[in-house]
Ligand binder design. Structure first.
Ligand SMILES: *Cc1c(COP(=O)(O)O)cnc(C)c1O
Length: 405
């Protein structure tokens, strides 16, 4: 076993060796511009892109013509939301989204609020999910778009997208879903799931970084967008710029592998996640699961450890690469907005750790990580006066603290 162990698959994934192999010829031998119409180099590149487009579309039940290639999910999110608002702004200016969205969605919505849009931010339940009823209650005459994350990147909670999509179609409102964490991990079918727009990103599903796409429904209804980047009219005018052929080929190969291996991989990663959770909760008390036990991604486990600090925790388990919801470790100074929206409480938010399990995680690694976590938490709690008081039967909620805090 090699150290450090990678357990941060929601942040990014390594490129699958089979994906890399498919990409390599397109850096040197087959380097053509997919828009070159006059020679073999261009035709070959175009053909490779066409194949990739089919592979991507197939994974989500779309047709190749509905795939608009972008530089990743962030760009696809901007194109979807801003593109819809510019195209359908006459019909209304109201958008429905939710508090635990990815920053790319939240910041795009904030940008549009400054330009006169009204945005409703649905408050999720304690598991980080929103309900069909909440969406229905928030809908107004002037609602033009519902934008909801399918599977949350911090806690792995899965929203009832199919039911929300049915509601949106009934009301004639467009549904965009940020499916960056869902695609390749759980079954996604834009037809059965009633989706009008959807984004995915190659680097979250064992493809390369810097490439992704937006699915744009072409019939029932035909969705139209105003392009956010002008130029040579690539991607049917919706996203100009020379195509990243090796990246797109990689995204296609990655999607094909996900399609072939999805159910097997979901089963394997779920088992490893359960093993990790069972080992940790079997040895430690005061451990809380953040998210949903029933509706969650296979490879995501977010837990909080009372009476320890996230920062000390991360230092203690420094040969296991994970993420924390703690303020001290992230770039911003606020604790995770996702845990905040779920009303987890500051203390538990600060001691939360997200373990990401993926295609290359082994049982040996899970055992190592679990033992390490157990050791570190036990050691840190031995130094914690609060933990000692709780062990002695003191009810902390009744204690009068001196000096505020
Ligand atoms: C990673 C991620 C994004 C951003 O994707 P990029 O391709 O890195 O821009 C957006 N939404 C979710 C849910 C993500 O996990």
């Amino acid at each position: 076993m090699k150290l450090p162990i990678y357990m941060d698959y929601q942040a990014t994934t390594p490129v699958d060796p089979r994906v890399l192999e498919a990409m390599l010829p397109h850096f040197q031998n087959d380097f053509g511009n997919a828009a070159s119409r006059n020679h073999e180099f261009g035709w070959k590149a175009e053909k490779a892109v066409d194949t990739a487009r089919e592979q991507i579309a197939s994974l989500i039940g779309a047709s190749a013509k509905e795939i608009v290639i972008t530089s990743g999910s962030t760009e696809a999110i901007n194109l979807a939301i801003k593109g819809v608002v510019e195209m359908y702004g006459e019909k209304g200016k109201h958008i429905i989204t939710s508090e635990p969205e990815h920053k790319a969605v939240l910041d795009t919505c904030k940008h549009l609020e400054k330009q006169g849009c009204e945005v409703t931010y649905l408050h999720p339940d304690k598991e980080g999910r929103v309900s069909v009823q909440q969406v229905q209650d928030a809908m107004r005459e002037d609602t033009i778009l519902v934008t909801l994350i399918w599977a949350n990147n911090e806690v792995g909670s899965i929203n009832p997208i199919r039911e929300i999509g049915a509601l949106c179609h009934e009301r004639g409102v467009l549904l965009f879903t940020d499916a960056t964490q869902a695609v390749g991990k759980i079954p996604v079918d834009v037809e059965a799931d009633n989706i009008d727009l959807l984004c995915l990103s190659a680097h979250k599903l064992y493809g390369p970084k810097g490439v992704g796409c937006l699915y744009v429904r072409r019939r029932k209804p035909r969705v139209r967008l105003v392009a956010q980047q002008d130029g040579g009219g690539h991607e049917r005018g919706m996203r100009s710029g020379t195509l990243n052929v090796p990246g797109i080929v990689g995204m296609g190969a990655a999607c094909a592998l996900c399609e072939q291996e999805l159910s097997e991989e979901a089963e394997r990663t779920s088992k490893l996640r359960d093993l990790l959770e069972d080992k940790i909760t079997g040895e430690l008390d005061y451990v809380t699961l953040n998210g949903s036990r029933e509706h969650r991604l296979p490879g995501c486990l977010n837990i909080s450890f009372s009476f320890v600090e996230g920062e000390s925790m991360l230092m203690g388990i420094n040969d296991v690469a994970v993420s924390s919801g703690s303020a001290c470790t992230s770039a911003s100074l606020e604790p995770s907005h996702v845990l905040n929206s779920m009303e987890v409480g500051d203390e538990l938010a600060h001691s939360s750790i997200r373990f990401g399990i993926g295609r290359f995680t082994t049982e040996e690694e899970v055992n190592y990580a679990a033992n390490k976590v157990i050791d570190v938490v036990t050691r840190l709690r031995e130094l914690s006066p609060l933990y000692e008081m709780v062990q002695e039967g003191v009810d902390l909620s009744t204690v009068q603290w001196q000096g505020g805090h």
